[in-house]
Write a protein that binds this ligand. Structure first.
Ligand SMILES: [Zn+2]
Ligand SMILES: [Zn+2]
Length: 364
């Protein structure tokens, strides 16, 4: 028995002895593992030192403008590997991609250098299926820091390990392209730093700190904002009973991933948002372009009928919905899904889905 548990039982005994009624309200908070993952802590400290040095090189005007532009371009490409690749394609199966696009997205993904595709998909499916519980790898109920990055610094809960292991990953096992990630990792991280050195004579180490380290830190924090702030600040037009929110700022930063209340409500929509305007959702623009040239197909999206029904049933009332009916008052929690292919999808969801660019349609 730990000292904390001993203290609690002593308190209970004390209350019993005193005949106090307060015992009924005594709550025992869930115990979370505090074992630190030192490998990740050290890597993140080194990453931030390197990123800070890269930032300082830019602020002190010691970096060629072409290197800064190249760094920005690599952030955009890396984010695309995350949003259109490991997120909307591999995790949520919201569209299908032919081999050349899967290879391209895998290479883009190595430039972002987050977790290997297999692990990323498994964790993210668990995040959707068991959202904001102890089985969610970055449970937002444990605080903003924990859901942003802290979850990488401590061991996962027993509940999370067991439920994540049970997630269906059969489709990922069958896709050999995800193995390319391991081979390309070093290339994706270091090669972009070589470009300024070879093509416009930038100092190699300066290029490394700006294009590899600073870029890596920025890409990581931008994507992590979706797990932290987009589970706390914003509106809940589609489901007011879940923490994820719609947040325009995060949408702009991530290229379309901040419509997070919508995304958790309909995780199998390739647009990851209702509106999908290219100005705020350029990941949708990328997938649409790939569909036009025939590399992406079976793009799933939600019909307006289903959106209206869902807003009426579970929304917080911040989005107007069609129809004259009164807004339903519903506090019932809906079944959570990880994406297209989740065995818990309802008949209605399967019936009302819209699928664009089917494989047998003519493409240009
Ligand atoms: Zn997702
Ligand atoms: Zn989320």
């Amino acid at each position: 028995m730990t000292s904390k548990q001993r203290k609690i039982s002593e308190t209970i005994r004390e209350h019993k002895q005193n005949g106090s009624q307060k015992m009924e309200t005594l709550e025992v908070k869930p115990q979370h593992p505090r074992t630190l993952v030192w490998r990740n802590i050290i890597l993140y400290i080194l990453m931030h030192i390197g990123a800070f040095y890269g930032l300082q090189r830019i602020i002190t005007l010691n970096t060629n403008w072409k290197t800064i532009l190249w760094c920005y371009l690599m952030i955009v490409v890396g984010l695309q590997g995350i949003t259109s690749g490991v997120h909307r394609l591999w995790t949520h199966k919201s569209y299908k991609a032919k081999l050349p696009l899967r290879i391209l997205l895998c290479i883009f993904n190595t430039i972002a250098l987050q977790l290997p595709i297999y692990t990323w998909v498994k964790d993210h499916r668990a995040h959707h299926k068991y959202s904001d519980t102890d089985a969610d790898p970055h449970n937002s109920k444990r605080g903003v820091f924990y859901s942003h990055v802290g979850w990488l610094f401590v061991e996962q809960t027993k509940d999370c390990i067991e439920k994540t292991a049970a997630i269906d990953m059969s489709d990922i096992h069958e896709d050999g392209v995800v193995l390319l990630y391991v081979i390309c990792t070093i290339i994706g991280f270091y090669l972009p730093a070589c470009v300024p050195y070879y093509f416009w004579g930038e100092d190699f180490w300066r290029s490394f700190y700006v294009v590899s380290m600073l870029r890596y830190a920025l890409t990581t924090h931008i994507t992590f904002l979706v797990n932290s702030l987009a589970h706390k600040y914003g509106s809940r037009p589609y489901d007011g009973n879940i923490p994820p929110t719609d947040n325009l700022t995060i949408t702009m930063l991530t290229g379309g991933e901040g419509w997070h209340n919508y995304h958790h409500t309909f995780p199998w929509d390739y647009k990851a948002g209702e509106l999908g305007k290219y100005s705020t959702n350029w990941s949708t623009g990328f997938i649409d372009f790939m569909a036009k040239i025939g590399w992406a197909y079976d793009l799933k999206t939600v019909s307006m009928e289903m959106i209206n029904k869902r807003c009426n049933r579970t929304g917080d009332g911040s989005r107007k919905f069609d129809g004259d009916q009164e807004k339903e008052v519903n506090n019932k929690e809906e079944t959570l899904l990880w994406g297209w292919g989740d065995k818990d999808m309802t008949e209605e969801e399967l019936k009302l889905v819209e699928i664009h660019h089917k494989l047998n349609e003519k493409v240009i």
